[in-house]
Design a protein around this ligand. Structure first.
Ligand SMILES: NC(=O)c1ccc[n+]([C@@H]2O[C@H](COP(=O)([O-])OP(=O)(O)OC[C@H]3O[C@@H](n4cnc5c(N)ncnc54)[C@H](O)[C@@H]3O)[C@@H](O)[C@H]2O)c1
Length: 335
C-alpha cells in the first residue's frame, strides 16, 4: 500500500518534503501538488511524477490524495488545515499550526469535533537524533532533574524578512515546542529581551533577541534567537540538571583535521542540519497512516500550545514585561 500525498506549497520545504516522499521514504508517493506560483508547481510536479491541481481544495478533495502536506506560508496553515479536516484527510501541517492562538484553537476544535486525530504538526526536532539523545540524558542515572536550559537558534539570514514578532511565531516556535517536549512540562511565563541591533536589523526591529521562559516546576529556559547571524545555520541546546550537564551542539559528530584546519562545516540552511529529522518525521507519519496507528509527532494541541506561547511572547515583547502563559484543559482526544 502506498500513501499518495498531495502537497500544498512547493517552496523550499515543500520541495524538500516532496523529494523525500517520492524518493527516500518508503510507502509514499507524491500524487498532486498546488502552489500559488503555477510555474513552481509544474516544475515540482514534473520532478516527482505528480500532477498539478488548480486550487487547494482540488488537492485536498482529490481521489488520488490519501494525505495532505501543508507547506504554504505560515498565515495559510490554519485555513488549509480546516479544509482538510472537513474532507476527513490526514495531514502533516508545517509549523506553525496557525498564526494566532484563536486560529490555532479553531483547528483544535474542528479536529475534536471530527473525533479523530488527523493532524501532525511539523515540529521535526522531536525526531532529530541529537534532541532524542539529549532527552535520553534527562533521567535519574543521566544528568538528573533538568534545572536550566540554554538554547541557541541562529539563521544565516532572515528567510522571510526580519520582523521581531515573526521571529517569535515562525522561528522561536521551534524552541517553544521542543522545550515542552524535552522537559515534559508546560511553560508558564515568558519575557523577551531585545538586544543590540546587528548591522542588518531594520529600524524598529530587534535581532538578536533573548527569550526567557519558565516551566511549571520553575525550570528556566533561555533562547537566543538570531535571524541574521550570517556565518551559518546553527542550533544548540544545553541542559543543566541536578547531577550533570548534557550539550547538543550543531549535530555534526565529526571534527575534521586537514589542511592545517581542525573543525566542522556549518550548513547554510536548516535543511542541512535537520535532514535526518525531516526524513524520520515523514517516515514516521507515513508508517502511522499505513498501520492506522497513532500519530507520533506533535499534535494539533501541541501546535495550539506553541501558538499560545508565541502570542504571550509577542505581548511580552510589546510591553517589556514578563507575561504569564495559561493553557485551558487539554481535550481528551490529546490525552
Ligand atoms: N519545520 C521546519 O523546520 C521548517 C523549515 C522551513 C519552513 N517551514 C515552514 O514551511 C512553510 C513554507 O516555508 P518555505 O521556507 O518553504 O517558504 P517558501 O516561501 O520557500 O515557500 C512557500 C510556497 O508557498 C506558495 N504559496 C503562497 N501562497 C500559497 C497558498 N495560498 N497556497 C499554497 N501555496 C502558496 C509560494 O508560492 C511558495 O512557493 C512555512 O510555514 C515555514 O514556517 C518549516
Amino acid at each position: 500500500m502506498t500513501i499518495r500525498v498531495g502537497i500544498i506549497g512547493t517552496g523550499n520545504i515543500g520541495t524538500s518534503h516532496a523529494a523525500n516522499l517520492a524518493r527516500v521514504v518508503s510507502g509514499s508517493s507524491v500524487s498532486v501538488v498546488f502552489d500559488a506560483d503555477a510555474a513552481r508547481a509544474r516544475e515540482v510536479a514534473g520532478d516527482f511524477g505528480a500532477r498539478v491541481a488548480p486550487t487547494v481544495i482540488d488537492v485536498i478533495e482529490a481521489d488520488d490524495v490519501d494525505a495532505v502536506l501543508i507547506a504554504s506560508p505560515d498565515a495559510m496553515h490554519a485555513e488549509q488545515a480546516l479544509i482538510a479536516i472537513a474532507a476527513g484527510k490526514p495531514m502533516l501541517c508545517e509549523k506553525p499550526l496557525a498564526v494566532g492562538d484563536v486560529n490555532a484553537r479553531n483547528v483544535v476544535d474542528a479536529e475534536v469535533a471530527f473525533g479523530r486525530r488527523l493532524i501532525q504538526v511539523g515540529f521535526m526536532r522531536r525526531f532529530d537524533p541529537g534532541y532524542n539523545r539529549l532527552k535520553a540524558e534527562l533521567t535519574a542515572s543521566g544528568i538528573g532533574e533538568p534545572l536550566i536550559v540554554h538554547n541557541v537558534h541562529r539563521n544565516t539570514s532572515a528567510p522571510y524578512g526580519l520582523r521581531t514578532e515573526q521571529t517569535l511565531t515562525n522561528m522561536v516556535t521551534h524552541e517553544f515546542d521542543i522545550n515542552r517536549w524535552l522537559i515534559g512540562e508546560e511553560l508558564t511565563s515568558v519575557m523577551v529581551l531585545p538586544g543590540k541591533r546587528g548591522p542588518l536589523t531594520p529600524e524598529g526591529e530587534s535581532d538578536p533577541i533573548l527569550v526567557v521562559l519558565q516551566s511549571q516546576t520553575g525550570v528556566l529556559i533561555e533562547v537566543e534567537a538570531f535571524c541574521n547571524a550570517q556565518y551559518g545555520y546553527e542550533v544548540q541546546c544545553r541542559v543543566t540538571g541536578s547531577r550533570g550537564q548534557a550539550v547538543m551542539g550543531d549535530g555534526a559528530w565529526v571534527t575534521r583535521s586537514a589542511d592545517f584546519v581542525r573543525g566542522t562545516e556549518l550548513p547554510e540552511l536548516w535543511l542541512g542540519r535537520f535532514a535526518e529529522a525531516y526524513r524520520m518525521q515523514l517516515q514516521s507519519w507515513i508508517d502511522s497512516l499505513k498501520s492506522g496507528g497513532p500519530l507520533l509527532g506533535a499534535s494539533a494541541w501541541d501546535g495550539y500550545a506553541a501558538a499560545v506561547i508565541s502570542d504571550r511572547a509577542i505581548e511580552a515583547h510589546r510591553t517589556g514585561r514578563r507575561v504569564d502563559i495559561e493553557l485551558p484543559a487539554k481535550p481528551p482526544l490529546y490525552c
